[in-house]
Design a protein around this ligand. Structure first.
Ligand SMILES: Cc1cc2nc3c(=O)[nH]c(=O)nc-3n(C[C@H](O)[C@H](O)[C@H](O)COP(=O)(O)OP(=O)(O)OC[C@H]3O[C@@H](n4cnc5c(N)ncnc54)[C@H](O)[C@@H]3O)c2cc1C
Length: 384
């Protein structure tokens, strides 16, 4: 058994009640199917509707727009529990705590009313499409272009590595509305895929980990969207809208990382205490105890760091630099912890039927997406 975590002071009774019910829901309803979803490379579309019916989508969206009316703490509870349950294929966190906030904070009143209630029920599954085959870190270099023609925008371009790419029927697309405008030439367009002629989904990508996640390529060939689908209604705001929302995305990666580490420690402790070698349990070797005491310290310290960032974020005080360091530091600790834990499983740690193997492969991308760790350190150092 791992040691108790220090109390998460940002959690109130409502968060704790939600934690119990979400943990039960994932364990009873989704975890039994996780292996099949991993094999299929995608979760069924109905999961979105089921999550909506359970109140697990858009928890921090105001009730006036059909959401849960909670705070980011509610979103964090669901994100932590999904990671603890090893449901890394579930893209609901991105939908509720990354895409919905773009609409809440940057959308026009009409856009909020049109999309948020359907996002909360799961009728709309969403994605955000920034990355392109030719550019990821350098967002200002995107080539996807949106040309204004009368009451419409005409979008051309290609995106890749897009989370929820197969299921998404509402996609926030990062596009240039002014090719010469640098950061001021970037806008965010809301593409409703069911109505979008010229929109095509490419391959569901074969990844090292996150096997049940439908990360995909997307193509836009003369896709027409109403001018009313320009996020916020004003061209050239996209880069600033992204910069405003990215700290929360980075904190989410920190939350996912620490919950996965907690799970890995528990799995490893349980395994080494029952596995026998040389007539005693693997736990009885001093090396095992020292390694897991070190992992335990890392888990406690990481959780305290993430909790401090949560407290700061819930007060509206988490700046881009510290959020970037949460993302990079936690994901680096996660990589080390998964490696140490897997080693203690011996050969079984390399078998996908053991959760530690999935935790290990899933951890790798945490240092890459949401902005690579190199970019995170570059960003933070500008404020030091
Ligand atoms: C599973 C998965 C899911 C994803 N989901 C989404 C999604 O939903 N939406 C979306 O838009 N994107 C998504 N991404 C894309 C992800 O955000 C990018 O892969 C990431 O930002 C890096 O961009 P890149 O792959 O183009 O790498 P590049 O930008 O080509 O970087 C290559 C290397 O160069 C380094 N580098 C680049 N610039 C600098 C610099 N200035 N200083 C130092 N080093 C530098 C990088 O750190 C990296 O090591 C996802 C990616 C994966 C793998």
């Amino acid at each position: 058994m791992s040691l108790p975590l220090f109390p998460s002071t940002w959690m109130n009774d409502e968060h704790r009640m939600l934690q119990d019910s979400v943990r039960r829901f994932f364990a009873e309803r989704w975890v039994p199917h996780a292996g099949a979803w991993r094999e299929a490379g995608i979760m069924p579309r109905e999961c979105w509707n089921e999550a909506g019916a359970q109140g697990l989508l858009c928890l921090s969206t105001p009730a006036a727009y059909g959401g849960g009316g909670g705070d980011f703490g509610h979103e964090a509870v669901v994100i932590l529990e999904a990671a603890r349950a090893n449901l890394s294929g579930w893209g609901g966190g991105l939908h509720s705590a990354i895409v919905a906030p773009y609409l809440i904070h940057c959308g026009t009143e009409e856009q909020k009313q049109r999309f948020l209630p359907r996002m909360a029920t799961g009728e709309l599954a969403t994605a955000i499409a920034m990355t392109e085959p030719g550019t990821g870190s350098d967002l200002q270099a995107v080539r996807t272009h949106a040309r204004r023609e009368g009451d419409e925008y005409v979008i051309n371009g290609a995106k890749t590595f897009i989370t929820n790419g197969q299921h998404a029927n509402l996609i926030v697309v990062v596009a240039k509305t002014d090719r010469e405008g640098g950061a001021k030439g970037v806008s965010l367009l809301l593409v409703e895929t069911d109505k979008a002629q010229g929109f095509r989904r490419g391959r569901k990508l074969d990844k090292v980990g996150l096997k049940a996640q439908d990360t995909s390529e997307l193509f836009f060939d003369d896709v027409r969207v109403p001018a009313a689908n320009l996020l916020g209604g004003k061209e050239g705001q996209g880069f600033f809208q992204l910069m405003e929302q990215l700290p929360q995305e980075r904190l989410i990666i920190g939350l996912q990382g620490v919950a996965a580490m907690e799970r890995a420690l528990e799995e490893t402790l349980a395994y080494v205490k029952q596995r026998k070698a040389f007539g005693k349990s693997v736990w009885d070797f001093q090396n095992t105890k020292f390694k897991l005491a070190e992992v335990q310290s890392t888990v406690l310290a990481t959780r305290a760091f993430v909790d401090a960032a949560m407290v700061s974020h819930l007060k509206g005080e988490l700046d881009a630099a510290r959020a970037a360091l949460v993302k990079s530091w936690v994901s680096e600790q996660q990589g080390k912890v998964m490696d140490e834990c897997l080693q203690l499983f011996g050969g079984y740690g390399y078998m996908m039927e053991y959760p530690i193997a999935e935790l290990y492969v899933d951890a790798r991308v945490q240092r890459i997406y949401g902005g690579t760790n190199e970019i995170m350190k570059e960003l933070a150092s500008r404020f030091m």
